[in-house]
Design a protein around this ligand. Sequence first.
Ligand SMILES: [Mg+2]
Length: 257
Amino acid sequence: MTKYEGYLVDLDGTTYRGKERIPEAEVFIRHLLDVGFPFKLVTNNATKTVEEIVHNLNSYYDIPIDSSHVYTSIIALGDYIELHHPGANVYVLGEAALKEQLLDRNFTVDPSKPIDVVVQGLKRDVTYDQLTVAVQAILAGAEYVVTNTDRLIPTETGMNPSSGAITAFIQFATRKEPIIIGKPNKPIMEGALKQLGIDKSKVLMIGDNYDTDIMAGMNMDMDTLLVLTGVTVREDLELIQKQPTYIIESLSEWKHE
Ligand SMILES: [Mg+2]
């Protein structure tokens, strides 16, 4: 019997690997569903809506979860703003998925009114004028919040600058540090734990990336399970002082029950 009452589980590298399936992970998730064990799939990906993620997992992988099982950095962002800036007017510098999912939250997104919070993600068609709006708002006292700080995105034509490069531009101009929502930072973990409704001492953080997933768990003083199906490889761990609570090759090794 596991001593945990809930799990937070990473998506890419843990539940699947890009377009490649991880059968052991699919069996693991289906078992959790069968026995009704509480869990949330937690992802930094801010370019997909929850509906898109659910559709993807249902259609291309044997993972019959629903939207209640998914917690993204976009939801975390909305929860963070509602908690810390209720009723705020928000300027969104980001793409469709980010904008869409912030529209039905309890704050306004009206560029013609004074801005309380600047939200920034990756925006591939960003303009100098939009950057200026963000910079001026932050200089005037708006809080600056970003989904993640990825530097680069791999594409068919090479590495493209990612969300963090736009953050660097705004940070340089304003000299202001953003609040970062995604793993390894706390906001996404606090939000996911709150939705799970279980004390963090009884929740295990499961992921493939030491720098994001495992650090996120450690930053919350949670137990962590590193699964070696993704980014972090065993050799990486030789240089690391603070080891995950558990390390396994694949999720079939984890004795859930
Ligand atoms: Mg991952």
